[in-house]
Design a protein around this ligand. Structure first.
Ligand code: FO1
Length: 315
């Protein structure tokens, strides 16, 4: 199979955004677009927060906060600390610079601008050339089913620090959501899809389960990068979730999850070198490469290797 010329990269939060940055250094805005999860979005303090769009935006602008692992670099916390001192909700740590982004996005949405157009405006202002496309402009909200009942995603993730044991997930609004027309148009001549190393349950699922997505991408070669390396998630609760769902927390199980729930979706699977002995256990063309991204060079190298992997696929 030839190296693809036009890629759609599916990303969730911080882990996926690392590979996204690497891809953005190799492919220009006519060769690469991002389809981003909006299941983590919520309205908080009257503002529309889009955590995964924010994580990708800050990563692409190279303004992501490396110490925290989320949010914007060079952040200050006057607003949220003052709010807390006044008895307001401060469990969701909104930095001062970050607040400006949410305020501006919320203002644009309030004026009738779509999330797609608001994101285009904000990313352009931050010097990002690539299109960051919410998978849908319609509300899709991830609900976590847990031993503490049903929780909105940020309540599970941030407020409860992923402590509840999960038993399942659903995506409120999914059935009525329309795939972003910007993505539909891109897919018309897109010849490669990369699922970045994001959580398969709460980052990738709410993208690929948008009605029409799997049908529109069925003919497009698709590879996924495992977010599980050596039995642990690089970032976030994916491994913990797998254990609670009685799935082994392994890269092999991630591949099997995709194959079982979305038959025909994947044409290839990327695991880390440290899981190399598992290659034979994966019933897909697979490759074991250095996928833990610490530096910018690591991000670019993984992006290059993913693109080269398409050339090794025969289907
Ligand atoms: N993650 C945290 O762990 N704690 C926070 O207080 C927090 C605040 C926050 C504010 C804005 C934003 O866009 C993201 C924020 N995140 C925070 C990260 C985010 O909620 C998660 O990383 C994603 O939802 C998971 O993909």
């Amino acid at each position: 199979m030839p190296r693809p010329q036009k890629i759609l990269a599916i990303t969730g939060g911080v882990g996926g955004a690392k590979l996204a940055l690497g891809l953005s250094k190799i492919l220009n805005s006519e060769q690469l677009m991002f389809a981003v999860n909006v299941g983590d979005d919520f309205t908080h303090l009257g503002l529309h927060i889009s955590p995964d769009i924010d994580s990708l935006t800050y990563a692409l602008a190279e303004e992501n906060n490396q110490e925290l692992g989320w949010g914007r670099s060079g952040e200050t916390w006057q607003f949220i600390d003052t709010l807390g001192s006044l008895g307001g909700e401060d469990w969701f740590r909104l930095g001062d610079k970050d607040m400006a982004l949410h305020t501006r996005r919320s203002q644009l949405l309030g004026q009738g601008t779509s999330l797609t157009d608001a994101t285009a405006e904000l990313t352009r202002r931050m010097g990002i050339e690539h299109t960051v496309a919410p998978v849908s402009d319609d509300p899709i909200r991830t609900v976590v089913q847990s031993d503490r009942g049903e929780l909105a995603f940020q309540h599970y993730f941030v407020r409860e620090r992923c402590a509840p044991a999960v038993s399942g997930f659903y995506f409120d609004g999914m059935q009525n959501a329309t795939l972003n027309p910007v993505i539909t148009a891109w897919l018309a001549d897109c010849d490669g899809i990369i699922i970045c190393p994001s959580n398969p349950f709460v980052s990738v699922a709410p993208v690929i389960e948008v009605p029409g997505f799997l049908e529109a991408t069925a003919h497009i070669p698709t590879i996924a990068v495992s977010p599980i390396v050596a039995g642990a998630a690089i970032k976030g609760p994916a491994a913990k979730m797998m254990q609670e769902l009685n799935i082994p927390a392994t890269a092999v199980a991630v591949a099997e999850h995709y194959q079982y729930h979305y038959p025909g979706l994947l044409d290839g699977f990327v695991i880390d070198v440290s899981d190399g002995e598992s290659l034979d256990a994966i019933a897909l063309p697979s490759v074991a490469i250095q996928s833990v991204m610490k530096s910018l060079e690591d991000r670019i190298a993984l992006a290059e290797r993913c693109l080269a992997f398409f050339e090794e696929l025969t289907t």
